[in-house]
Design a protein around this ligand. Structure first.
Ligand code: ADP
Ligand code: MG
Length: 311
């Protein structure tokens, strides 16, 4: 029995063309749990997940009803998305386990991730979030709310928020304890709610933490045997999307770092996954795996997927 962190990508809840309703996300989630069930049954696993489209929709609901009820800060919306997704995932998990006759109970942990206010990311907000606005609205938000706004390829103006590096997981001890006690934790949703320490006080901040980097940090903290990132492609590739595309199978940390430095992995998608996978191995983890949900069983047994090993 191994200890693992499995990070679900966006496709565990929504796929291209899905209407983002409760029902469709529930049904994708059932498929996702069935996809990793054998791994869950035989091991102790912390499940983490993204929240991009969900928090985006909460922000829309938030912004368009601000004349009726006060809008909430981004970190509040992040918390809402975690509760919402946690509800969907624990319901899906429970129904899969009922059907399969499995006793391990799920527990959703609303997780906060500590970041540093000195992180250079705070000087350079880079992550677009929420609705598109007109130039005039954008100017008001810069004035009144101190937001960073950027024109987004002719579609309008969007808010930019910082994406700082995760430093610590505030709920680390609860996660470790619950896992050891035989629960099925679902944690670090959307990378966790960003928290900073300012003048001896903790406060929530409007930022977005990469879910793969935060999941990697959790895997290191709980001393996991492996870290698995499940996305919508079975491998990371070089020359991705071209005729020269080549899958990356088992690879050493050093060799993958070399490919990373050559710029093979897109910064908004595969790049952070590679970085997160390397980080876990660099800090002493035995193995990181990047693959799809469908391929996860084979990859777990070393027969598929991009598998990163030391050194
Ligand atoms: P998730 O939502 O699962 O966390 P993303 O959608 O952000 O993940 O990233 C996965 C996507 O990364 C793939 O669907 C693929 O289109 C893209 N991608 C970019 N570069 C690569 C690469 N070198 N190899 C594989 N996939 C890549
Ligand atoms: Mg995605």
């Amino acid at each position: 029995m191994e200890k693992l962190v499995i990070a679900f990508g966006g496709n565990a809840l929504l796929r291209n063309g899905d209407v983002p309703s409760f029902e469709s996300q529930y049904s994708r989630s059932v498929d996702a749990f069935n996809g990793i069930w054998e791994i869950l049954e035989d091991n102790r696993v912390v499940i983490t997940h993204g929240n991009g489209p969900q928090v985006g929709n909460i922000l829309l609901q938030n912004e368009f009803s601000r004349s009726i009820t006060p809008s909430m800060p981004l970190h509040g919306c992040g918390a809402m998305s975690m509760g919402f997704i946690g509800h969907i995932m624990s319901l899906a998990y429970d129904n899969v386990r009922l059907q399969r006759g499995f006793s391990r109970e799920p527990i959703v942990i609303i997780t906060r991730t500590l970041v540093s206010e000195d992180d250079p990311a705070f000087l350079n907000p880079s992550k677009p979030i929420g609705p598109f606005y007109t130039k005039q609205e954008a100017d008001t938000f810069v004035q009144d709310r101190n937001w960073s706004m950027k024109e987004d390829s002719g579609r309008g103006w969007r808010r930019l928020v910082p994406s700082p590096a995760p430093m610590d997981i505030m709920e680390r001890n609860s996660i470790i304890r619950l896992l050891a006690d035989g629960f099925q934790p679902i944690a670090v949703g959307g990378g966790g709610i960003p928290i900073v320490r300012r003048k001896g006080k903790f406060i929530g901040v409007d930022a977005v933490i990469d879910k793969d980097l935060a999941s990697s940090l959790l895997a290191t903290i709980i001393e996991a045997d492996r870290f698995m990132i499940l996305t919508d492609v079975p491998y990371a590739y070089t020359h991705y999307g071209t005729k020269d595309q080549e899958k990356i199978g088992k690879i050493s940390l050093d060799e993958l770092q070399r490919l990373y430095d050559m710029g093979y992995f897109a910064s908004g998608s595969m790049g952070p996954k590679i970085k997160a996978a390397m980080e876990f191995v660099r800090k002493g983890g035995k193995k990181s795996i990047i693959t799809s949900i469908e391929n996860s069983g084979k990859a777990f047994h070393d027969h598929s997927g991009t598998i990163i090993v030391p050194p």
